[in-house]
Design a protein around this ligand. Structure first.
Ligand code: FAD
Length: 375
């Protein structure tokens, strides 16, 4: 079976990897747009304390986190930046921490991947993340982890290529065969396929429009900052989750990542803004004043692909046989994407995915409601 995957962010890279491993002949086309979400994503994996009221969504989110060890084992020695550092939900309000602890304990009881839930004093929290302010206590979720989205997507593509996939750079377009099936075009060449998987992130609506499909996805801009703390051994530092949507996490190279803005309506405006940087840095220093002397090492901008109802889109396109769509991973795609890629691959191969995907029909009626995910 020959399958073309359009878009090689975390979702497309994982789909291609799972398809190639199953023996399909895979072609992956990617344009590497400035602002692709996977290249900017922070990399927090901790669904068990997220504000995720929709049960189907939470099930997918938690399954995404639980899938990581299986995926990494399949990838072998690849460097992905993944580490089980644990996560600390921090606050100066013991009432707020009580509520988080209760939620985390309830969810962890049904999710071994969440690990243990512990209460930490301010001193214990600071010992694990030294720049943290001194009056913040914490709820620790030992199963929390972080990953480098760029490295993981690259590792998945390398593994897909090793299993026979072909990666082609460029901007793909779509038309319809007379029989109604999708036809992929790249640089004037038609790419023959039995199935087409569109994992084109925030750019997917433009790609699908010529087929008469209106995908209700919009870009949500995120500005994020990487700080460097010369000499600090940050590799084991936990993810820090204060109340709200901002966060801090660390990587091995004395790097602390702080983010991020959530700018709905900013469109594809690939710019850092004064207001965005001020928001991100002010919130980071409010939570971790010990970062004030860190070096500003890097800034990134990403367009989260997000549906108006906040839910993912994973499934076939009614009326277009052989077309499958994966999208809408919003602020949670580095957690969900690797697993969702396995589900999409199963669909494209005509198999039954391991999780029912009816709730995530890509062309469902999307009415705005409370966002389904926090981080
Ligand atoms: P993308 O990564 O955007 O990839 C889409 C790809 O399709 C691009 O490479 C693009 O060039 C390509 N493409 C589009 N159109 C075409 C075409 N016509 N032809 C060829 N190629 C095309 N998630 C978490 O779980 N934890 C986090 O901590 C986290 N933090 C985040 C922080 C920020 C600032 C941002 C922006 C996101 C964060 N996310 C996080 C969310 C996560 O990064 C995204 O949900 C995820 O990366 C989306 O992946 P994707 O593959 O759907 O899209």
């Amino acid at each position: 079976m020959r399958i073309v995957v359009i878009g090689a962010g975390i979702l497309g890279a994982s789909t291609a990897f799972h398809l190639a491993r199953s023996g399909a002949a895979v072609v992956v086309v990617d344009h590497a747009h400035a602002g692709r979400a996977t290249a900017a994503g922070a990399g927090i994996i901790c669904p068990w304390v997220a504000d995720a009221p929709e049960p189907d969504f939470y099930r997918l989110y938690a399954a995404g986190a639980a899938y990581y060890p299986t995926l990494l084992a399949a990838l072998g020695e690849a460097e992905t930046g993944y580490r089980h550092t644990g996560a600390l939900c921090v606050s100066d309000s013991s009432d707020a921490l009580d509520a988080i602890e209760a939620l985390a304990r309830r969810r962890a009881a049904a999710a071994p991947a969440a690990g243990e839930i512990r209460r930490l004093s301010p001193a214990e929290a600071r010992r694990r993340f030294p720049p943290l302010r001194s009056d913040f206590a914490a709820v620790q979720i030992t199963g929390g982890a972080r990953v480098d989205g760029r490295r993981l997507a690259a590792a998945l593509l390398r593994a897909a290529e090793a299993a026979g996939a072909e990666c082609r750079p460029g901007l793909a377009s779509l038309s319809l065969h007379p029989g109604g099936a999708p036809l992929v075009w790249l640089d004037g060449e038609a790419l023959a396929a039995d199935a087409v998987v569109v994992t084109a992130g925030a750019w997917a609506p433009a790609l699908l429009r010529p087929l008469g499909l209106a995908l209700a996805i919009a870009p949500q801009r995120g500005q994020i900052v990487h700080l460097h703390l010369p000499g600090a051994a940050t590799g084991e530092w936990p993810v820090i989750l204060p109340p709200g949507s901002h966060y801090l996490l660390a990587f091995d190279d004395s790097r602390v990542v702080v983010g991020a803005t959530r700018e709905t309506g900013a469109g594809f405006d690939h710019r850092l803004t004064a207001g965005g940087m001020a928001e991100v840095l002010a919130e980071a220093l409010r939570v971790a004043p010990g970062l004030a002397d860190a070096t500003l090492a890097e800034t990134r901008i990403g367009f989260r692909p997000i549906a108006a109802d906040g839910l993912p889109m994973l499934g076939g396109a009614p009326g277009v046989p052989g077309l499958f769509i994966g999208n809408g991973l919003g602020p949670s795609g580095l957690t969900i994407g690797p697993y969702a890629g396995a589900l999409l691959a199963a669909l494209a191969l005509g198999e039954t995915p391991a999780l029912p995907l009816d709730r995530f029909a890509p062309l469902r009626d999307v009415t705005p409601q409370r966002s389904a995910a926090l981080r």
